[in-house]
Design a protein around this ligand. Structure first.
Ligand SMILES: NC(=O)c1ccc[n+]([C@@H]2O[C@H](COP(=O)([O-])OP(=O)(O)OC[C@H]3O[C@@H](n4cnc5c(N)ncnc54)[C@H](OP(=O)(O)O)[C@@H]3O)[C@@H](O)[C@H]2O)c1
Length: 236
């Protein structure tokens, strides 16, 4: 049974991943930045899965190292173990580098890269104790296919792809599998209303990414798909 932390699961991809782990019979701790947002998502997830006792949540900003350490401790205390860490929380700032403020740069790098480092480092001791564990990082195709007006975002996701591969090599002999999932365009609130197109039907859905994560979690123990690129099958 999966005992999981899914960061940034109040909506979008993280919510869909949490929902799918619950469907698989797992227990899930979700996070987001506000108590109200987290409790609302916990209630919706518990109701939809018919299993309110298997989902809980904490307002934890992944940029806050102490809060992250507390999150891991609380999860192990509540579930008795932690065997699955899904690093999903992420933000995007899409503007010319010349117009990107220090605060915007720090928000993107601290959330998308340093936050994953904090969560991973805090979780490793508990993951080592599990009899087979997973760390799955949600990066982006923007971590490989760079584009204009997205320097901070592309840099954060390229860094995350590199971080994931290095950690994968470091932990594979400890029965901890690390994989990085790199989605293309997904129809969520992520890029704000201005990025919405009249027809969004060509985009991936949050559930498509959750399915990719669930497929990884079901993979036989001897094999490790360490990098998954997933893109819309068509572009319009
Ligand atoms: N949508 C896409 O096209 C796309 C494509 C490739 C990759 N991705 C990646 O997929 C991940 C999820 O994106 P999404 O599309 O589902 O976005 P979303 O709908 O905007 O959801 C983002 C989630 O992250 C949480 N979050 C943001 N900053 C956080 C922080 N500092 N600490 C804790 N939680 C935080 C948000 O919670 P609160 O707002 O409640 O705090 C929310 O639950 C991101 O890493 C993103 O880069 C998205």
């Amino acid at each position: 049974m999966h005992t999981a932390i899914v960061t940034g699961a109040t909506k979008g991809i993280g919510y869909a991943i949490a929902s799918s782990i619950l469907e698989m019979g797992g227990k899930v701790m979700i996070t987001g930045r506000t108590e109200a947002g987290v409790q609302d998502a916990v209630a919706r997830l518990g109701k939809a899965a018919g299993a309110p006792s298997r989902v809980t949540g904490r307002a934890v900003d992944v940029r806050d190292r102490k809060a992250v350490d507390g999150l891991v401790a609380a999860t192990v205390e509540q579930f008795g173990s932690l065997n699955t860490l899904i690093n999903n929380a992420g933000v995007g700032v899409f503007s010319e580098v010349e117009k990107t403020s220090d605060e915007e740069w720090a928000q993107v790098i601290d959330t998308n890269l340093t936050g994953v480092f904090y969560c991973t480092r805090a979780a490793i001791p508990a993951l080592r104790q599990a009899n087979g564990a997973w760390i799955i990082n949600i990066a982006s195709l923007a971590g490989r296919n760079y584009f204009a007006k997205a320097a901070a975002y592309c840099a954060s996701k390229a860094g995350l792809v590199a971080f994931s591969e290095a950690v994968m090599l470091e932990l594979r002999n400890d029965n901890i599998r690390v994989s990085v999932v790199m989605p293309g365009s997904v129809a969520t609130d992520f890029s704000g209303p201005s990025a919405k197109t009249d027809d969004e039907s060509w985009k991936l859905t949050a559930e498509d990414i959750a399915q990719a994560v669930a497929d990884l979690l079901r993979h036989p123990g001897r094999s490790l798909p360490s990098k998954v690129e997933i893109r819309p099958a068509r572009t319009t």
